[in-house]
Design a protein around this ligand. Structure first.
Ligand code: SF4
Ligand code: SF4
Length: 387
C-alpha cells in the first residue's frame, strides 16, 4: 500500500457487486463461490499475482466463538486464504481489535486453526505510524499500523451487522480496524456525537487503505442492537465487490434499509468515494429478490422519524434537558461482570467504578457506543429515549 499523496478514486460509470446465496459455512462451497465471484471482476492471475503479500482483514471485534456471529466467520477467512494461496500469494490474517490483540482473539474465534492448517501468519497491529494525506478532504492525519504499508493487497472481510451509531457495520466500517487500538479512541473524541463526521473519517480511511476486494459475510448476520449485543439472523448471502460503497449499498437494498439514514451514505454524497446510486450498480449472479428481507431489525438508536423538526427538537431537548430524553447506553448491574473494559474504552471518561458499581455519567456520554460494542457480557444495553 502506498503512503501519502493518495488521490481520490475515479468513479467508473458502473460498479459491479456479486451477490450469491450460501446457506451454511461449508468451506468448499464458499471457496467455489468466491472463485466464481472474483472471476466476474478479474482473472485469478491478476487478482493476486505470484509472490504478492496479501492482508486478510476480518472483523475481529470481541473474543466470541463463531456461533455468536459477532466476528467474520472462520470459514470465510479459510476460503479466501485458499484462493490467495492458489494464486501464489502470501496471505496473512491481521486486525487491531479495540481490546486485546488479533492473536489473542484468534484463539477464541478459531482463526488460529486456519493459520496453522494453511501455514499462514496472524499479525497484530500494534505499531501505529502517523501519516499525513494532503489529498484527503477533511481528515489529513491517520494513525495506521506500520505493517499495513507492507502489503501489496488488502482483502476486506466484513461481517454483516447492525451498529448502534453507524446503523450498519459493513465493508467501510470494517476498515476502522487498521487504526491502531488507542488511536481509535482519539478518532471518537474528534467526532464526538457527530455520526456523519465519523463516517467521513471512515470513508477517507477506506480511500487511503483501498482494499482491492471486499467480501461481506452475510450467511449469518446480526440484527437489532449490534455490533456485539444484537441477534444473529440467517440471511444466506455472501456479497463481494471491489467498490465497498457499492457493496454496502446493495446490502441496504437487500435488507430494506433506507440508505439515506445511514451516515456512510450521507458522507459519501459529499466525498463521492464510491458508487451509491443503485441504478449505477450492476448486480451479478443471483436473482436478489430471493434473498431480500423485509423485516430486518435496526438498532434501538434509529428513530422512526428522521425529519428535520425532530432533529431540531432533539438538539433543543439535549441542551435544555441535559440529555435525559435521548437514547443512550445503560449498564445492567445484574449482567455486569466488573471487567472494567468499558471504562478503559470510553473516549470521554464517562464511565467509572463507584462503590463497585460501574456507572455511566449521562452528562459526559457522547453516545459513541464504544462501550456497548466492547462489553463481552451484553451488560450494556441501549435505552430508547422519549424522542
Ligand atoms: S458493563 Fe460490561 S464491559 Fe463494563 S465492566 Fe461491566 S461487564 Fe465489563
Ligand atoms: S459511555 Fe459509552 S457511549 Fe457514552 S461516551 Fe462512553 S463509550 Fe461512548
Amino acid at each position: 500500500m502506498e503512503q501519502q499523496n493518495v488521490k481520490m478514486k475515479d468513479l467508473t460509470p458502473f460498479s459491479k457487486v456479486f451477490v450469491t446465496k450460501c446457506t451454511d459455512y461449508d468451506v468448499n462451497n464458499i471457496y467455489s463461490n468466491l472463485k466464481k465471484s472474483i472471476g466476474c471482476f478479474d482473472d485469478l492471475s491478476s487478482f493476486i499475482k505470484k509472490g504478492e503479500k496479501v492482508l486478510l482483514k476480518p472483523n475481529m471485534i470481541i473474543g466470541k466463538k463463531p456461533e455468536f456471529h459477532v466476528n467474520t466467520h472462520p470459514a470465510i477467512v479459510e476460503s479466501i486464504a485458499k484462493v490467495v494461496l492458489e494464486c501464489g500469494g502470501i496471505p496473512e490474517i491481521g486486525d487491531s481489535p479495540q481490546r486485546g490483540t488479533a492473536t489473542e482473539l484468534s484463539r477464541i474465534i478459531g482463526y488460529d486453526k486456519i493459520a496453522s492448517k494453511l501455514n499462514i501468519k496472524i499479525v497484530d497491529f500494534t505499531e501505529p505510524r502517523i501519516s499525513f494525506y494532503k489529498d484527503s478532504k477533511i481528515y489529513k492525519k491517520f494513525e495506521i499500523d506500520k505493517k499495513i504499508f507492507g502489503y501489496d493487497k488488502i482483502i476486506n472481510l466484513a461481517k454483516l451487522k447492525t451498529h448502534a451509531s453507524a446503523i450498519v457495520s459493513l465493508s467501510i466500517k470494517n476498515i476502522f480496524g487498521v487504526i491502531s487500538g488507542p488511536y481509535k479512541i482519539e478518532k471518537h473524541l474528534n467526532c464526538r456525537d457527530n455520526t456523519e463526521l465519523f463516517a467521513t473519517m471512515l470513508l477517507e480511511l477506506y480511500n487511503i487503505v483501498k482494499p482491492s476486494f471486499n467480501i461481506v459475510d452475510g450467511i449469518y448476520g446480526m440484527e437489532g442492537d449490534g455490533p456485539t449485543d444484537g441477534v444473529p439472523r440467517k440471511l444466506n448471502m455472501l456479497i463481494c465487490g471491489n467498490d465497498g460503497i457499492a457493496v454496502d449499498r446493495v446490502i441496504c437494498e437487500l435488507l430494506g434499509i433506507d440508505h439515506n439514514i445511514v451516515p456512510i451514505f450521507k458522507a459519501n454524497k459529499k466525498l463521492k468515494i464510491g458508487e451509491d446510486n443503485i441504478k449505477n450498480i450492476e448486480i451479478l449472479n443471483e436473482n436478489i429478490d430471493d434473498l431480500k428481507v423485509s423485516d430486518f431489525k435496526l438498532p434501538t438508536t434509529v428513530s422512526k422519524e428522521s425529519a428535520l423538526p425532530i432533529k431540531l427538537l432533539k438538539r433543543i431537548v439535549k441542551s435544555v434537558l441535559n440529555d435525559y430524553f435521548l437514547t443512550r447506553p445503560v449498564i445492567s448491574q445484574q449482567l455486569c461482570k466488573k471487567c472494567f473494559k468499558c471504562i478503559k474504552v470510553c473516549p470521554f471518561n464517562a464511565i467509572s467504578n463507584k462503590n463497585n458499581l460501574v456507572k455511566i455519567d449521562k452528562k459526559k456520554c457522547m453516545r459513541c457506543y464504544c462501550c456497548h460494542e466492547t462489553c463481552e457480557y451484553g451488560a450494556i444495553k441501549i435505552k430508547k429515549g422519549l424522542i
